[in-house]
Design a protein around this ligand. Structure first.
Ligand code: SF4
Length: 411
């Protein structure tokens, strides 16, 4: 969207009327981005008893605007891509979060990692944190999750001012987040050294139950897609070769909006259902492993702009391999299973295919709201059977032979 008019078209389909309403400067300033603004409007209009299919439940379409209208310079992206999904921004002095010229804007995960996760609502502070992560080579999800853990530990008394060399941590402290980024990047002081180990390593050293606040799988901090909402994502986080990565299967996308007819999924899969979910995740993990290896942009899957058949149609002429669809998809499986064999060598087994304690036990329950916890163990067992793994989570001898991976069996 290239502009924002500070107004909403209020469409009443029952009465057939369209009315233009002002949004109000307070809301525009207080709720950054289309989805946050939409949430504010929705929260005022409905309560927990509103029937989702009734006329009282509105359909709200709003666009992000504050960043566009205040600091965004232009859209950006990869050469010749028609989507141009990136944005570049600049914050000028006297803001204390002034950027070093024009920099990449935060995207969804960065906004969540340095915004919502830390209860920070300052756009400039989030942009600065994102800029520093890019400059220092820090993954926003991992470092954001680690800082959030440290903030929670401080609020719970597990870290003290002595541990932080006098730095006050806690939620909604954007300046201390930025200072923590610097200490982590430079491994400065005991705290920089501690948090540089990531949330798992740091929590184990902090002790006293700090592991509960480390939201990670296999040492990788979770992305901003709640697995209690998306059970395919839950299984994919648990079994992901690199840990809790949302791109390992992208199950959340295929559970909410995308279909995959080539694999028999004509419609998006139900989010909080375990039915057929293990097969679905195995399919997606195999395919994403292949797609990532071929360096296809994930976003081009939306609206099926590039399907598996398109990818195969690029692969075959370039390589001369002449693979049919099934043989092509098996390339993905071979890669995925090989990575699991490497993980097995490093000691990864079923004990590591899990979710953080909070996401296995803590239901989000409120009147008319119930984010149930996913039934992880049955889904795990089913996915092991489908993959041809032992109960311990190792590709069986038959699986290794079927995929031609015998040479990688460790001595
Ligand atoms: S949609 Fe993909 S290819 Fe296009 S600009 Fe974004 S990352 Fe690059």
């Amino acid at each position: 969207m290239f502009g924002f008019r500070d107004r909403l078209a209020w469409i009443d389909l029952t009465r057939g009327s369209i009315e233009v309403r002002e949004i109000g400067s307070r809301d525009l300033g207080d709720f950054i981005g289309g989805s946050n603004l939409g949430a504010a409007i929705l929260a005022r209009l409905v309560d927990g008893d509103t029937d989702p299919l009734s006329p009282e439940n509105p359909l709200i379409m709003v666009t992000g605007h504050v960043m566009v209208e205040t600091i965004q310079k232009r859209r950006s992206g990869c050469k010749r891509c028609p989507v141009m999904c990136a944005r570049v921004v600049e914050i000028e002095e006297p803001s204390k979060y002034a950027t070093d010229g024009v920099v990449e804007a935060p995207e969804y995960e960065s906004f969540a990692a340095f915004g919502g996760l830390q209860l920070v609502d300052d756009l400039h502070a989030v942009v600065k944190a994102n800029e520093l992560c890019n400059r220092w080579g820090l993954d926003v999800l991992s470092v954001g999750g680690t800082i959030a853990m440290a903030n929670e530990c401080f609020e719970k008394g597990l870290l003290t001012l002595t541990d932080t060399d006098g730095l006050e941590l806690g939620m909604n402290r954007p300046d201390s987040n930025i200072e923590l980024l610097r200490r982590i990047a430079y491994r400065e002081g005991a705290l920089g050294e501690l948090l540089g180990k990531g949330s798992r390593g740091a929590a184990r050293e902090i002790g006293h139950g700090a592991e509960e606040y480390a939201i990670e799988v296999k040492g990788m901090e979770l992305p901003m897609h709640d697995p209690r909402f998306s059970w395919g994502q839950a299984l994919s986080y648990a079994t992901g070769n690199r840990g809790a990565c949302h791109l390992t299967a992208q199950a959340h996308s295929f559970e909410q909006t995308l279909n995959f007819p080539e694999l028999g999924y004509d419609t998006p899969q139900p989010i909080r259902s375990a039915d057929g979910k293990s097969q679905f995740v195995v399919h997606l993990q195999n395919y994403m492993s292949l797609r990532d290896s071929l360096i296809f942009c994930s976003f081009s899957q939306f609206n099926n702009a590039t399907k598996a058949t398109h990818v195969r149609n690029c692969y075959n002429p370039i390589t001369g391999a002449g693979l049919d669809f099934d043989a092509f998809m098996q390339l993905g499986e071979r890669g995925y299973q090989l990575k699991r064999m490497i993980n097995n060598r490093c000691g990864i087994t079923r004990k590591d295919d899990t979710l953080p304690p909070r996401l296995r036990t803590l239901r989000k329950v409120r009147e008319n709201l119930d984010f149930d916890v996913p039934p992880l163990n049955p889904m795990l067992s089913e996915s092991y059977d489908l993959r041809g793994w032992t109960d311990e989570g190792r590709p069986s001898a038959e699986t290794i032979a079927r995929l031609g991976l015998k040479e990688f069996i460790s001595a």
